[in-house]
Ligand binder design. Structure first.
Ligand code: PEP
Ligand code: MN
Length: 347
């Protein structure tokens, strides 16, 4: 339910709406639009009664919302959200490239790749230290030590860093070292983790589950935002289909669907979305052409020896070439490459 306040509403009147909501066991979330203030009220559907609010001073209109999610919807906020990752804006007209290895494998490895992706033009450094691997016998990541090196590599190269948290315990560690926390495809339905991310101080990169609908993705984002953290970037990373020519099927139409339904930015991961190196750059160009807000790409300087996902990692040179091509495509969608961080921004 959305309560539209008069432009002349006083702070007391706004406070009264919030207090009334809270007295009914509901939550009030102010949404500052370009023209006016609206208050989204969330809670159990049965308790959402517009009549309670219609007569309060300063209220212009109470709009019952039709979608199952509220805070992330365009019904609640028409303008695109821009999420700051360190000093890099993601969303709206800004197109940001997050790049780096699947996993941090060692200090030299991450420092070298960080310098290479920065030279290629990337905005944000990625690298996993807690890896959700399909097999328990695959490399599981270096944990805290990996995060220390990722943090150092981000600082050295002048890029904010994004890395995955698998559970609440690793989230606490990630929050000490990173500028953005990734919730992986396998964790999209981990509701305690989503809620913990909602209470964290970092922006969140939320990946679509490989068997999840767009509605389920947006409801997962609603879990995070409803706990108070509005800095959420969605990520399309491919879904499971019958196709055998590709590891997953990269669903670029999800970008278009999400942008109609939600104000949150959405980036595309053509690395996990295809699982094959030769498909990554063409699908990245496709993602830019459909209007995505950025890319998440796995890059390795020695993919043949990578400890995870080497088969889908592109070389730094290939990333550099892609970054040269993006300014040809992006004007078609009204976007430009985001400004890059000028100095280290890691916490
Ligand atoms: C990753 O980004 O390295 C990763 C594990 O991605 P996903 O959760 O999409 O499989
Ligand atoms: Mn990976």
């Amino acid at each position: 339910m959305l309560i539209v306040m008069s432009t002349q509403a006083t702070p007391e009147e706004i406070g009264e709406v919030a207090a009334r909501a809270e007295s009914l066991g509901l939550q009030a979330h102010p949404i500052h639009g370009q023209q006016r203030l609206a208050i989204a009220v969330t809670g159990m559907r049965e308790s959402l009664n517009p009549m309670v609010f219609e007569t309060l001073a300063g209220v212009i209109e109470v709009i019952p919302l039709t979608l199952p999610y509220t805070l992330v919807s365009r019904e609640a906020k028409a303008e695109d959200s821009v999420v700051m990752v360190g000093s890099v804006p993601v969303g709206g007209p800004h197109f940001a490239v997050m790049a780096g290895p699947c996993a941090v494998e060692g200090r030299e490895q991450i420092l070298t790749i960080a310098a290479a992706v920065r030279r290629a033009g990337a905005h944000i450094l990625r690298g996993g230290a807690y890896k959700p691997r399909t097999s328990p016998y695959s490399f599981q990541g270096l944990g805290r030590e990996g995060l220390e090196w990722l943090h150092e590599a981000g600082r050295e190269s002048g890029m904010p860093v994004v890395t995955e948290a698998l559970d609440e315990r690793s989230l606490d560690v990630v929050c000490q070292y990173a500028d953005m926390v990734q919730v992986g495809a396998r964790s999209m339905h981990n509701y305690p983790l989503l809620k913990a991310c909602g209470r964290a101080r970092l922006p969140v990169l939320l990946k679509r589950g490989m068997g999840s609908t767009v509605e389920e993705l947006l409801l997962a984002a609603e879990y995070i935002v409803s706990e108070g953290n509005r800095a959420v970037v969605l990520c399309e990373r491919g879904i499971r289909t019958f196709a055998e020519h590709t590891r997953f099927t990269l669903d670029l139409s999800a970008v278009v669907a999400v942008q109609r339904l939600s104000h949150l930015p959405i980036v595309v991961d053509p690395s996990h979305g295809t699982g094959k190196r030769h498909k990554v750059v063409p699908m990245a160009r496709g993602a830019a052409a459909v209007g995505a807000n950025g890319l998440l790409i796995e890059v390795h300087d020695d993919p043949g020896h990578a400890l995870s996902d080497g088969q889908q990692a592109i070389l730094p040179e290939e990333l550099a070439e892609l970054l040269q091509q993006l300014p040809v495509i992006l004007p078609l969608t009204g976007k430009t490459l985001a400004p890059r961080a000028t100095s280290a921004t890691s916490a």
